[in-house]
Design a binder for this molecule. Structure first.
Ligand SMILES: N[C@@H](CCC(=O)N[C@@H](CS)C(=O)NCC(=O)O)C(=O)O
Length: 289
């Protein structure tokens, strides 16, 4: 699966881009370490990247760029605020998205990844182009309204120490209620990081619990395209999601930002409707949207 690659220098950026084929979609993610919305978007992009298989040569590449540390790159892509996402192909900017709207970013990536990949033999071709909202009853509001944007002046980036000073000055200690709100805002984004999101213990290739393993098996059998989040890697998400979802265990399967349930519920849904989840299968004919 693809991953979010951190760019460490301008030279690193140039060599990364030149190693890609011209038809590859490049997703640039500009962030700063001190801007809280960037942490959410970073997790969203990592989950999104995990949905795309790593191919040789890559047909899609997700890169993460510290907007303050690499001001020349930020300036080149007109980064005025973070988080900021740019979809790029053959050096051409296809779309820029400013702010932490996970749905907007996901839709843009899926839309652009759907084009230009067909020659690469990617098994997910076509499906990624656009998956219609699966549950018409589920409102697909535009991302959380917590899209607080942290302004960043790329061309006048402060040195690292100054950036730290900014972080201290601009990040007063949060009250427990504020921390909970921030966590819930992050979770609201995460559950929408992919049309089908699996919150599990471990990863699909290495599940750390039998329930998660079985749910991965169900999704695999149906060739469902999904994003995942390993809750063992983030205790805040592990505990917070139980409260946010009002569901005490993992795995949790979310579809279009709505909780379906755990393994037992997914099984019940499939028993009641064998076609359940089929619309997210990579084997589904793309014409039947
Ligand atoms: N029958 C449940 C089984 C899931 C379950 O019991 N999970 C436990 C053990 S893996 C869990 O997540 N406990 C809470 C935790 O570990 O944080 C289902 O349908 O998903």
């Amino acid at each position: 699966m693809s991953a979010l690659t951190e760019i460490t220098s301008e030279a690193d950026f140039s060599s990364h881009l030149s190693a890609l084929s011209p038809s590859a979609l490049v997703v640039l993610y500009f962030h700063t370490p001190w801007a809280a919305p960037c942490a959410q978007m970073g997790a969203v992009l990592a989950a999104l990247a995990s949905q795309y298989p790593a191919t040789t040569p890559p047909t899609i590449s997700f890169v993460s760029i510290n907007a303050e540390e690499l001001p020349d790159i930020s300036e080149e892509y007109d980064v005025s605020a973070v988080p900021f996402v740019v979809c790029l192909r053959s050096g051409q900017i296809l779309e820029s998205i400013s702010g932490s709207d996970a749905v907007k970013v996901r839709d843009a990536v899926e839309r652009h990844a759907g084009r230009g990949n067909s020659a690469a033999g990617d098994p997910m071709d076509g499906v990624r182009a656009h998956i219609p909202p699966p549950l018409s009853a589920v409102p697909r509001e535009d991302g959380p309204t917590t899209a607080t944007q942290a302004p960043v002046t790329a061309s006048h980036a402060p040195p690292a120490d100054a950036a730290n000073a900014t972080a201290v000055a601009s990040a007063p200690a949060l009250t427990p209620e504020q921390s909970r709100e921030a966590l819930f805002a992050r979770l609201e984004q995460l559950v929408k990081a992919a049309s089908v999101m699996l919150f599990m213990k471990g990863t699909p290739s290495s599940p750390q619990c039998g329930f998660s393993r079985q749910l991965v098996g169900i999704l695999r059998e149906r060739s469902v395209k999904y994003g995942f989040f390993n809750i063992l890697a983030d205790e805040d998400v592990r505990q917070g999601l139980k409260e946010y979802a009002e569901w005490p265990t993992f795995p949790q399967l979310w579809v279009a930002g709505e909780l379906v349930g755990g393994l037992d519920i997914v099984r019940e849904e499939i028993n009641a409707d064998p076609e359940f989840l089929n619309q997210f299968s990579v084997n589904k004919p793309t014409t039947s949207a």
